[in-house]
Design a protein around this ligand. Structure first.
Ligand SMILES: Nc1ncnc2c1ncn2[C@@H]1O[C@H](COP(=O)(O)OP(=O)(O)O)[C@@H](O)[C@H]1O
Ligand SMILES: [Mg+2]
Length: 253
């Protein structure tokens, strides 16, 4: 029997060429089922590897979505995870006006990324759409681009806007760059830190990255942090622990 049969698929919450995300029910409990067709098996495998590692090592974190199970049946691939009701991703949600609440969102995302980096996991697709926000909790989702960074696999993926400039170092500093873009957006009414559109030739893309727009956030420490996270030289970007130290030191006046 197909293991998905124990879940009653109730509502589609997202539909993309590679996967469909459903709310589903097993008894009274609600879950989310992400379903991939066979062409996108590779993405499911990435997510599955992270899932297996975290469950086998009994690791979890409040700012990371909890995976329940991954399985395949015939040529379809499934990931079941906890369902967060009444949330939207940061792309769709209205962000708070208060600067310290915005910093708190950045802090929670960083705590989730710090957990992943400590486990050697590169998320590799950090962006507004992959962060859920409920009333007080921020949750990072979407591990289908993720991998263990020791593998040193050159894996182009994720979303162009969040790609660091060339040459890419596909290590933890890759996430730091994407996180810098994300922090910028959170602190600047979701505007990107550079001009230009998303569809462009690779060369224009590199040029675009030099066109950094100064962050207008009223707390200067945050602007400096973001700029450092987006440095072209990946060795000079701060680590996630250093970022947390800076964020934790920002106090209400
Ligand atoms: N566990 C969840 N609880 C609530 N909403 C979710 C959950 N997982 C995903 N979503 C919603 O579905 C969207 C797509 O999910 P995601 O895993 O990022 O798929 P994709 O690989 O297509 O980007 C998210 O941006 C979010 O709005
Ligand atoms: Mg996503």
């Amino acid at each position: 029997m197909n293991p998905i049969m124990k879940y009653n698929l109730t509502k589609v919450i997202s539909e993309e060429p590679h996967s469909t995300v459903w709310v589903c029910k097993n008894g009274d409990e609600q879950f989310v089922a992400k379903i991939y067709s066979s062409e996108y098996k590779k993405l499911w495998k990435n997510e599955n590897a992270i899932f297996k590692y975290l469950t086998e090592n009994k690791k979890s974190h409040k700012n990371i979505i909890k995976l329940i199970e991954c399985f395949q049946y015939s040529e379809t691939f499934y990931t079941i995870m906890e369902y967060i009701p009444n949330v939207s991703n940061l792309y769709e949600s209205v962000l708070p006006k208060d600067n310290y609440k915005l910093i708190n969102i950045c802090k929670q995302i960083s705590e989730g990324i710090c957990f992943l980096h400590n486990e050697g996991i590169l998320h590799h697709d950090i962006k507004l759409e992959n962060v859920l926000m409920s009333q007080n909790r921020v949750i990072i989702i979407d591990f289908d681009m993720s991998f263990f960074y020791q593998q040193k696999e050159v894996n182009t993926g994720g979303t162009e806007t969040y790609w660091p400039p060339y040459p890419w170092s596909v290590d933890l500093s890759y996430d730091i760059y994407s996180l810098g873009v994300l922090f910028y957006e959170i602190c600047n009414d979701k505007r990107l830190p550079f001009n230009g559109n998303l569809k462009h030739e690779q060369l224009n893309f590199i040029k675009m990255k030099e066109d950094y727009r100064q962050s207008k956030f009223p707390i200067e420490t945050m602007n400096i942090l973001i700029k450092n996270m987006m440095l072209t030289n990946s060795d000079r970007r701060p680590t996630i622990r250093e970022i947390l130290l800076v964020l934790n030191a920002i106090k209400h006046n």
